[in-house]
Design a protein around this ligand. Structure first.
Ligand code: IVH
Length: 664
């Protein structure tokens, strides 16, 4: 008996900790499947042993995403979750249960289960008045200002046949394409990547700055209408009405009267969902009639009239051969599993992320273990669990290293962060090489060498930091393997050419954490030379458009280190440009301050890039898509018809090349 109690308690602790990682840190540690399995195991144990009931058990609540920076609002109707299943058998059980309970015919609506973050929208007299997150199901965060920026959510409804007050619920999503682009940008700026579009969407919704939310291009699907005086008794019919009011309602929806139709829908979408622009993780089945829904009722956690069938994420099982610890350019250490090669969604996987020290400990993973690997929405495959049942011989336990694998320095961990890093930034080989590789990159100084050459020069003792590149002579490298007079000459010339690279790119080349291309540009325009930037204080930095607390702190930290300042001074003496070009400065005006332009079509007098630069030089902003925020469209020949139509609708001024040039 004691053993059961211990098991229940250990499961409760584990699930609470997983919930925290998922909801508070937005960093899921295991797959939904694994999580649901644990929760179900706990539910079963608790059901069999009511003597161990605890109102604070994780089975007694739905997860919370409350955030102290938002005003909390009580939901008019509690926001419950859905009971989940992974098997067709359980769908049959659900169908039979429903049939027995209703004792009459019924229709089931099949829908896609969108994998984003849920939202409850309230409309009064056809106007959006409130948008609230799920929170703990009873109260959620008021994120109205952020939700207003989402283009597919109507601020005012179309038509007139809607009830004076109603709520509509749905999912806020970040499309795959937006997610990929965002992560690319974050990788470049060395910011932590979002694990999947769901976390990216919920993280975005919790930002304090609606302008950034707007730039993230969130999308939505609405799937549940609530309130009195709804148009119809049918859920399906209500959603079709909601579509006519301007809501984005999925077309992937079917009203079924037999189980065969339901399975047909599931099988079709299990494959076809891969072609959708947004993430889905299952199918939701709902009894169509509101009267019948009421009859079936709710449990404390979920409606009895609905169930979610979750798709199995593609996963494989394979052996763990060894673990490497890699040191990144900024010193962060990441554990990587070397696996017995295995086929997973069409590609051979040999390596997968083992996340961080906490997860290694939680998994209790040993060399030789059979591990589960998933590719889900993530960029790199990851280990999601260990198959302990398949463990016959127990190998060496995997432990996170204490010292840097490259230089031996004791690793450190910042408070509240999961990652360890090596603080020896100027003496640790992978960090030095990583820094130099970044410095010579195409978007930075554009010096014509790659990873291998950086390594070769480093080994030969020619470079210990980026400034050393400018001291290398052709004779020095001609002595090295694979180099001849011509190639050595080309290299030296490419180093010389890098002195033409403008200030903002040289700034980006320094590799300051969180200073990506765009941030570097903003900084260059705000601080016209690097001395002004190095001597700026926190207040001056955060006063710059789009520079927040984190970036400001990182810049101050970077230049508080003596070696970083010395590097800049040395680069200056070699002639690297660390000031805005006088000519650029002279041409800079405020003529277009506060104005946003969209460029469309082809031009005769200047190229598109030249027009973009002209807009920026004169204080204006460029944007890729037409929105209510666009002030002008600079239109050339053959402007896209969609843009034209949208511009007309929004009443945006369309100007020609000549008109634009007159403006400046
Ligand atoms: S209906 C009371 N329909 O899944 C029923 N939910 O695990 C309310 N979800 O919290 C939910 N797609 O965030 C419903 N077509 C869909 C859905 C859907 C995604 C999410 C929603 C809900 C969660 C439950």
């Amino acid at each position: 008996m004691e053993a059961v109690k211990d098991k229940i308690e250990s499961l409760r602790r584990e699930i609470e900790s997983l919930n925290y990682s998922y909801y508070v840190l937005s960093k899921p540690e295991i797959s939904d499947f694994e999580f649901d399995k644990k929760l179900k195991e706990l539910e079963a144990l608790e059901a069999g042993h009511p003597e161990y009931f605890d109102p604070n058990s994780p089975t007694q609540r739905v997860g919370s995403d409350l955030n102290k920076n938002f005003v909390q609002v009580e939901h008019v109707y509690p926001m419950l979750s859905l009971s989940n299943t992974y098997s067709e058998g359980e769908i049959r059980d659900f169908y039979d249960r429903t049939k027995k309970s209703l004792n009459e015919d019924f229709d089931l609506v099949c829908e896609l289960k969108y994998d984003g973050t849920s939202i409850a929208l309230t409309y009064e007299n056809g106007v959006l008045v409130r948008a609230v997150t799920r929170g703990d199901g009873v109260r959620g965060d008021d994120v109205t200002a952020n939700v207003r920026t989402i283009k597919t959510i109507p601020l005012k409804l179309q038509g007139s046949d809607y009830s004076p007050q109603f709520e509509i619920r749905g999912e806020i999503l970040m499309p795959w394409k937006v997610f990929d682009d965002l992560n690319k940008e974050r990788a470049e700026a060395e910011e932590p990547l979002f694990a999947n579009p769901r976390n990216a969407a919920s993280g975005t919704l919790k930002l304090q700055n609606p302008a950034i939310v707007a730039s993230r291009k969130l999308d939505s699907y609405l799937y549940y209408l609530l309130g009195e005086n709804l148009p119809s008794d049918g859920h399906y019919e209500n959603l079709q009405k909601a579509k006519s009011w301007g809501f984005k309602i999925s077309g992937a929806m079917k009203k079924c009267s037999t189980l065969e139709e339901v399975f047909e829908f599931i099988n079709y979408w299990d494959k076809e969902r891969r072609n959708l622009p947004v993430a889905t993780d299952g199918i939701v089945l709902k009894v169509n009639s509101a009267r019948q829904q009421l009859n079936l009722g709710w449990t404390a956690k979920s409606p009895r009239w609905a169930i979610a069938y979750k798709f199995q994420a593609e996963r494989a099982e394979t052996r763990l051969n060894s673990v490497d610890f890699q040191v990144g350019r900024t010193g962060n250490v990441t554990p990587v599993a070397n696996l017995e090669p295995v086929l997973l969604s069409g590609t051979i996987v040999k390596r997968a992320s083992l996340h961080n020290a906490d997860i290694i400990r939680n998994f209790d993973v040993h060399i030789g273990d059979m591990c589960f690997v998933e590719k889900g929405g993530e960029i790199i495959p990851k280990i999601v669990g260990v198959n302990k049942e398949a463990r016959f011989l127990i190998g060496l336990k995997v432990e996170f290293i204490k010292n840097c694998p490259a230089c031996g320095t004791k690793l450190v961990r910042e408070e509240g962060e999961a990652a360890y890093y090596c603080p020896n930034h100027f003496g640790c080989e992978p960090q030095i090489k990583g820094m130099i590789e970044h410095f010579v990159g195409r978007k930075a100084m554009y010096i014509n060498i790659g990873e291998e050459t950086v390594s070769q020069f480093y080994k030969a003792g020619l470079i210990k930091n980026a400034a050393d590149l400018y001291t290398i002579k052709a004779e020095d490298i001609m002595k090295l393997e694979r180099w001849a007079e011509k190639s050595a000459g080309n290299f030296v010339e490419s180093v010389r050419n890098s002195l033409q690279v403008p200030y903002e790119r040289a700034l980006y080349a320094l590799g300051i954490r969180y200073v990506g291309e765009t941030v570097a540009k903003r900084l260059a325009y705000a601080f016209h030379n690097i001395d002004d930037l190095m001597n700026s204080n926190y207040e001056q930095l955060v006063a710059v458009d789009e520079i927040g607390e984190v970036i400001a702190k990182s810049i101050i930290d970077h230049f508080s280190i003596e070696s970083n300042r010395v590097l800049v001074e040395r680069l200056k003496t070699y002639g690297v440009r660390f000031a805005l070009d006088e000519a650029v400065l002279a041409e800079k005006t405020d003529l277009l301050n506060g104005l946003t332009f969209v460029i469309s079509g082809t031009f005769l007098l200047h190229s598109r890039d030249e027009y973009k630069a002209l807009i920026e030089k004169n204080g204006g902003k460029n944007s890729g898509s037409v929105s209510a925020k666009t002030d002008y469209i600079l239109a050339g020949e053959n402007m896209g018809p969609a843009k034209l139509e949208k511009a007309r609708k929004l009443g945006i001024k369309i100007i020609s090349e000549e008109e634009f040039l007159k403006m400046i």
